[in-house]
Design a protein around this ligand. Structure first.
Ligand SMILES: *Cc1c(COP(=O)(O)O)cnc(C)c1O
Length: 491
C-alpha cells in the first residue's frame, strides 16, 4: 500500500510515500493528508477463512493484505497490546441490545474509550519507527477529553517520543482530567489551559505555524508528528474492528456469512466512519454506513443535502463532547477517494475560504449510496440511555446517538452494528442523570450512583484514579503555552 496526497502534489514532496513516512510526517502538499492509493479486497472466501479467527490473527491477516512495510516482530508487538484489554481472547465484544441491534464495544482498553483501539498499536509503531531513524519526535495533542488520555497512555515511557497534551481546565469530566494529570512519565507533559477546547486547539494551531517555535524545535533536533486521526497510522487499525464485528455476528448466528448489515457510527472527525468506509469498499457486506451526530449536525446536513456549510454555525457544547466538531477532518479522504485530488483540493479550498461547499447532484448520489445520516439532541440522547438501561444495557451519550438514528431512520430489515465508543464511566454525570434523574453530582458520586442502580462494578482502573497522586499541576494562560512546552523539551 502506497500513500498519495488528497490535494495533489506540490512538486517538492514525493509523489507517493510508504506507510512509515505517512506515519512520521502526516501532513501533505497544500495542507492535504495522505490516503491509500489502492485497497486490498476482502471477498467472501477471506471472510470464510477467518470466520473463527481471533481478533489479533484477523488484524494480522488484514494488515498483511495491506502490505505495509512494518517488520513482523514490531507488528506482532503492536497487536499484542490488545492482550491488555479486559478479555485478551476477545478485546471487542459484540453484544445484542435489541432485535436487530448489536453493539460492538470498542472501549475495553486501558482508557475506556475507543481511541485505544487505534492509539495503542499506533503508539508502539510510531516509537519504533522514530527509533529506527534515530530521530526525536514531539506529539502535540489538544483534547476535549478522550484523545488526551489515550495518547498519553500509549506513548508513556516510549523511546524517541515526547507528548505535550493541552486540555481546557474545567472543560473535561473529572475522570478524563484525572486520567491525564496522574500520568507519571518523564516523556509526558500535561498542561491545563484557562479557556475552552477551542482555545486549546487554536493555541496549538498557532504554535504549529509559528516560525519561531519551529526554529526552536529544529535547534533542539526535534521533529513534529501527529497522533490525531489525520494520521493514517490510526485509520488502518480502525478498519479491522468493523470486519471483526461482522464476523462476530456470523459466529453468534445472527446473520449468515454474506448477509448485509448496517454499520452505525457516532461521528466527529470521521476516523471511525472512514474505517467503516474502507471496510465496505474492500468488500465487507455493508448495506450502508449510518453516520450519527449530536446537535452539531454538519455531517447530517452534508449527507442529506451535499452541502457542507459551517459559515453560519458555532460549535454547540453537548453531552457527547467527542463529537462536538464542525470541520470533520477525515471527510477529506472520502472526497479524495470518490472524486479525486483535483476536486478535493477545490472543495477543501472552498471550505477553508468560504466555510462552505456544495457537491454536484451526481456526487451527492454517490455519497448517499454509501452513507445515511441522522442526529440526536442531548435530551433525546438521555431518553435513549434511559430506555436502553430499562432493558438492561448501559450505554454512553455518544453511543446513544446511534440508538436514536437506528430507531428513527428508514432502513432495510437487516442487522445493525453500533460502534460503541465509550464506556459509561467516561460520562458518568450524563448517564446518571439519564437513569436516576440526579444532577449536579461529581463524577465519583455519579459513578457510585450508577453502579448501585445498574448493579455493575466500577472498573478498577477508573476507581483507582481518585486516589492516584496528581503529577501535572500546570494550568496556564494561552500566552504561556509556548514557554511551558519549550521548558519541558529542554528539561
Ligand atoms: C473520538 C470519539 C468519537 C468520534 O470519533 P471520530 O473517529 O472522530 O469520528 C466518538 N465517540 C467518542 C467517545 C470518541 O472518543
Amino acid at each position: 500500500m502506497q500513500f498519495i496526497e488528497t490535494r495533489g502534489n506540490d512538486g517538492v514532496r514525493a509523489e507517493s510515500v510508504g506507510f512509515s513516512e505517512a506515519l512520521l510526517s502526516p501532513i501533505a502538499s497544500f495542507g492535504g493528508i495522505y490516503s491509500p492509493d489502492t485497497l486490498p479486497e476482502i471477498d467472501l472466501e477471506f471472510l470464510e477463512n477467518h470466520r473463527f479467527a481471533s481478533y489479533k490473527s484477523l488484524a494480522l491477516a488484514l494488515l498483511n493484505l495491506c502490505e505495509i512495510e512494518i517488520v513482523p516482530t514490531t507488528l506482532k508487538q503492536a497487536l499484542d497490546l490488545y492482550d491488555r484489554f479486559d478479555d485478551a481472547s476477545n478485546p471487542v465484544p459484540l453484544v445484542r441490545a435489541g432485535d436487530d441491534l448489536f453493539v460492538s464495544e470498542l472501549y475495553h482498553g486501558p482508557t475506556r474509550a475507543f481511541k485505544d483501539m487505534a492509539l495503542q498499536p499506533f503508539g508502539l509503531l510510531l516509537s519504533s519507527l522514530a527509533r529506527q531513524c534515530d530521530r526525536q519526535y514531539l506529539i502535540l495533542v489538544a483534547t476535549s477529553g478522550d484523545t488526551g488520555p489515550a495518547a498519553l497512555e500509549t506513548f508513556r515511557k516510549r523511546d524517541n517520543i515526547r507528548v505535550v497534551c493541552l486540555y481546557p481546565d474545567g472543560g473535561t469530566s473529572d475522570v478524563q482530567r484525572l486520567q491525564m494529570v496522574t500520568e507519571d512519565a518523564a516523556n509526558l507533559k500535561v498542561i491545563g489551559i484557562r479557556g475552552n477546547f477551542d482555545d486549546a486547539q487554536s493555541a496549538l494551531k498557532a504554535l504549529l505555524s509559528s516560525a519561531e517555535f519551529n526554529r526552536q524545535l529544529d535547534h533542539l533536533n526535534i521533529s513534529l508528528s501527529a497522533a490525531n486521526s489525520v494520521n493514517f497510522g490510526r485509520i488502518i487499525f480502525q478498519i479491522i474492528y468493523h470486519v471483526h464485528a461482522y464476523l462476530e455476528l456470523v459466529r453468534q448466528q445472527a446473520i449468515a456469512l454474506g448477509d448485509k448489515v448496517y454499520l452505525n457510527i457516532p461521528s466527529g472527525n470521521f476516523g471511525n466512519a472512514l474505517g467503516a468506509y474502507y471496510a465496505r469498499k474492500m468488500g465487507l457486506p455493508v448495506e450502508r454506513i449510518i453516520v450519527s451526530s449530536n446537535a452539531n449536525n454538519v455531517l447530517t446536513e452534508w449527507i442529506d443535502t451535499g452541502i457542507y456549510d459551517i459559515s453560519d454555525k458555532a460549535l454547540i457544547a453537548t453531552t457527547s463532547p467527542a463529537m462536538d466538531i464542525l470541520k470533520s477532518s477525515n471527510v477529506e479522504r472520502i472526497l479524495f477517494d470518490l472524486f479525486g485530488q483535483h476536486r478535493t483540493r477545490e472543495l477543501m479550498k472552498q471550505l477553508d475560504e468560504k466555510r462552505c461547499y456544495r457537491l454536484e447532484a451526481d456526487e451527492l448520489a454517490q455519497i448517499q449510496q454509501i452513507f445515511t445520516a441522522d442526529f440526536c439532541s442531548d435530551e433525546q440522547g438521555r431518553a435513549y440511555i434511559r430506555s436502553s438501561f430499562d432493558q438492561g444495557y448501559l450505554i454512553d451519550p455518544h453511543t446513544a446517538t446511534c440508538f436514536k438514528s437506528w430507531d428513527t431512520l428508514d432502513h432495510e430489515p437487516l442487522a445493525c452494528i453500533v460502534a460503541s465508543t465509550a464506556e459509561w464511566t467516561k460520562f458518568s454525570q450524563v448517564v446518571n442523570q439519564a437513569i436516576t434523574g440526579k444532577t449536579g453530582e461529581a463524577d465519583l458520586e455519579a459513578l457510585e450512583s450508577i453502579s448501585k442502580a445498574a448493579h455493575i462494578e466500577i472498573p478498577e482502573t477508573i476507581r483507582a484514579l481518585f486516589s492516584k497522586p496528581v503529577c501535572h499541576n500546570t494550568v496556564v494562560d494561552k500566552s504561556e503555552i509556548e514557554a511551558e512546552i519549550l521548558n519541558f523539551l529542554r528539561g
